[in-house]
Design a protein around this ligand. Structure first.
Ligand SMILES: C[S@@+](CC[C@H](N)C(=O)[O-])C[C@H]1O[C@@H](n2cnc3c(N)ncnc32)[C@H](O)[C@@H]1O
Length: 275
């Protein structure tokens, strides 16, 4: 399996943010499934860390209603712009430009729940990010987090990796997010960060892509420009990649399996209200 590469946040563009915004249907569905378990209530305050263009933040706003509040934290400027446009003025979603590892604008014991959907596998210092999540949670508050699973990579990873290797492409840096974690590691990180009532669950999805172009554009936007950034995927590599996906292609497009590790946990303390 290829080595992950360090992430460059400088690769992101307004165009990629826009592509993510319009093409992030799978990620949105994963997020909805992740947060449904929280059973949020009207009036709750929720922190959406790595909120991207804010689709899940707006969904969270529906859960907490007009009396609640959603804080959407996102570091990348072009995604912040889109999230703010989506949130509008005066609504209950507030978009803050910040990093998961350093949530200095958010006070201790401030939110009922923290959500991190498809974010943890991008973060090098995951312990710092989880420590910040714990700090800002009220006692008894809930965390919902997920990660791509290195033990069960997305089906496109093995298919594209083999096809690229056959074309002599040895440097496959950027094919996978750099900090994916498995069930055991997520359990360990949550324990070490001081969470309790930890539940970990592997979840399988089937992603549908219209065609190879859709798959590549989706990955580039989801990896904020870090997907195989050194390769020209629109040139002579196109046909071998298309061939590699042929067995997974039917009249509705390409279907590929993806596994994520989902985790839910609580900060110690009496739950705010009873759930
Ligand atoms: C795949 S997107 C997921 C976006 C959103 N959570 C969703 O459900 O659609 C990953 C997001 O994590 C953000 N991200 C990456 N590193 C981060 C970090 N260290 N702290 C906070 N967010 C980060 C990226 O900018 C990107 O918007």
């Amino acid at each position: 399996m290829p080595e992950p590469s360090p992430v460059s946040y400088a690769h992101d563009t307004a165009d990629l943010a826009s592509a993510y915004d319009t093409g992030s249907d799978f990620q949105f569905e994963h997020g909805k499934q992740l947060v449904a378990e929280l059973r949020l209530r009207p009036g709750d305050r929720v922190l959406d860390v790595g909120a991207g263009t804010g689709r899940l933040s707006l969904h969270l706003a529906e859960w907490v209603g007009a009396a609640g509040e959603v804080l959407a934290v996102e570091p990348l400027a072009d995604r912040v712009v889109r999230a703010r446009a989506r949130a509008g003025d005066g609504g209950q979603v507030r978009v803050i430009q910040a990093w998961a590892e350093n949530l200095t604008d958010i006070p201790d014991d401030h939110v009922d729940a923290v959500v991190m959907n498809s974010v943890l596998h991008w973060i090098a210092d995951q312990a710092a990010a989880l420590a910040e999540a714990r700090r800002v949670l009220k006692p008894g508050g809930q965390l919902a987090v997920n990660s791509a699973d290195p033990d069960r990579p997305h089906e496109f990873v093995a298919l594209l990796s083999r096809a690229l290797a056959r074309q002599g492409v040895k440097d496959q840096a950027g094919l996978v997010p750099p900090h994916r974690i498995n069930e055991e590691r997520l359990q360990q990180l949550l324990n070490q960060a001081g969470f309790e009532r930890i539940r970990i669950s592997p979840v399988r999805f089937h992603d549908r892509f219209v065609d190879l172009e859709h798959l590549l554009r989706w990955n580039q936007s989801s990896y904020f420009g870090n997907f195989l950034p050194h390769l020209d995927l629109e040139g002579p590599l196109q046909q071998p990649l298309r061939d590699a996906l042929a067995a997974h292609t039917d009249e509705e497009g390409i279907q590929l399996k993806r596994h994520l590790v989902f985790g839910w946990a609580r900060k110690p303390g009496p739950a705010p209200g009873s759930r």
